[in-house]
Design a protein around this ligand. Structure first.
Ligand SMILES: Cc1cc2nc3c(=O)[nH]c(=O)nc-3n(C[C@H](O)[C@H](O)[C@H](O)COP(=O)(O)OP(=O)(O)OC[C@H]3O[C@@H](n4cnc5c(N)ncnc54)[C@H](O)[C@@H]3O)c2cc1C
Length: 381
């Protein structure tokens, strides 16, 4: 099987690159083995200043609304963070006193939404809070086991019966000017939170829960759908297990599911994530990039990988695959000719040029997609 480009990893970086390439008519396959960081996404794109406009445009073509409203984001533990680029699900406020009185509503038995911490944090800033719980018969089967009472399962139930939740919340509401709900609405249909907001008698905000993140999963599903609508091939739940390399060129890869089939491409993009996604693996003495054996920037002494103060920045977060200025991955000190590395597999090695976190994922994806588009143009007769 032959593609113009093969991307290894279907998280934020891989999908952004894939959509950009498909938009330019470059036939691309994404192979992605499992969960990615979007499943845990807060909804806030950190460090995204350099790619802001392009990110908003690309996401809007996928039906995802991204906002940039100055002020403060309310976080799941009741603290505030200075606002930046975020999914529209994330509320932002001009000041930390967000209302006179707030009603915080949770679902009975759902422990991943911290209503008491939220109330404590808000009351500190001058918003009086009342916490109430609702219980829907449709959720009873989830309540049988605490491990089932998770945000995504609740969201699946609410996709079918959110109007019933709204009816119960209307009964609970007294004179509050704000109603706070967990982000468990609109997994399938992103317009549901807006519909809920207009059906309730006070301003409504949705606050993040513990992972998995419903807005993050919805974002991943929409980006994947957009990539496929553009003609891209997404091999979900498959894993690249080996690659054929010769003199700095990758010719093909093989995957676990397509064992005997080699997948060929002109360009390859490694978007396999950091430690969390096994794009980087820590062995007792070394941090390795397991697929191609690429050069990894790291401290040679293991004692320098981390600081004992848990709350300090940890050096191992800076470690990642080394690249040249145009993001070609380095192997034995030499840039691979057609293999690029993007996203969190880079650690913070390129933070001066591309930022960190989601900003790094998106801006490196755009940079590499542009480089590949440029090289395809040069090859045209
Ligand atoms: C838990 C968590 C929460 C985060 N939350 C935020 C946040 O709220 N805001 C923010 O700005 N940043 C956040 N980050 C930082 C995050 O790294 C980036 O935001 C970004 O989403 C990373 O995207 P990525 O595509 O580089 O990697 P990932 O999202 O990790 O995706 C890599 C994908 O590659 C797949 N893969 C790995 N190896 C192979 C292989 N051999 N074959 C096929 N597939 C493979 C993995 O299964 C995974 O699906 C978070 C990071 C983590 C770990």
């Amino acid at each position: 099987m032959k593609f113009d480009t093969i991307i290894i990893g279907g998280g934020l970086a891989g999908l952004t690159a894939g959509i950009s390439l498909q938009q330019a008519g470059i036939h691309t396959a994404i192979i992605s083995s499992g969960q990615n960081a979007l499943h845990f996404f807060s909804g806030i794109f950190e460090s995204s200043e350099t790619c802001r406009e392009r990110l908003i445009r690309l996401f809007s073509t996928a039906g995802i609304r991204v906002q940039d409203i100055p002020g403060y984001h309310l976080m799941p533990m009741g603290t505030f963070r200075e606002a930046g680029l975020s999914l529209e699900d994330v509320a932002s406020f001009p000041e930390k006193k967000i209302a006179e009185r707030a009603l915080i509503v949770n679902f009975m038995g759902f422990h991943d939404f911290f209503s008491s911490f939220l109330a404590e944090g808000l009351e500190k800033e001058g918003t009086a809070c009342r916490i109430r719980f609702i219980r829907l018969p449709e959720m009873e089967h989830l309540r049988q086991s605490p491990s089932e009472m998770r945000s995504v399962n609740i969201a699946r139930v609410l996709d079918e019966c959110w109007e019933k939740a709204v009816a119960d919340i209307r009964v609970l509401h007294k004179d509050e000017d704000l109603i706070i709900l967990p982000q468990v609405f609109g997994l399938k249909d992103a317009s549901v939170p807006e519909k809920i907001a207009s059906a309730l008698p006070a301003h409504v905000v949705f606050v993040g829960t513990m992972p998995p993140s419903v807005p993050g999963i919805r974002t991943q599903m929409k980006l994947k759908r957009r990539f496929e609508v553009l003609g891209g091939t997404f091999l979900m739940g498959d894993e690249v297990t080996s690659a054929a390399l010769h003199e700095g060129v990758v010719s093909s890869v093989t995957t676990r599911n397509l064992d005997s089939v080699r997948l060929f491409a002109d360009h390859f993009i490694l978007a396999s994530g950091g430690y969390f996604s096994k794009g980087l693996v820590a062995t007792p003495n070394r941090i390795v990039e397991p697929l191609f054996g690429l050069d990894v920037f790291q401290a040679s002494d293991r004692n320098q990988w981390y600081r004992t103060d848990f709350f300090q920045d940890q050096p191992y977060m800076d470690f990642g695959v080394r690249t040249d200025t145009s993001l070609h991955a380095l192997k034995d000190g030499v840039p691979m000719k057609n293999l690029y590395a993007i996203g969190s597999v880079l650690g913070n090695t390129r933070k001066d040029d591309f930022g960190t976190a989601a900003g790094l994922a998106v801006s490196t994806a755009f940079a590499v997609a542009d480089a590949i588009k440029e090289s395809q143009k040069e090859q045209l007769p």
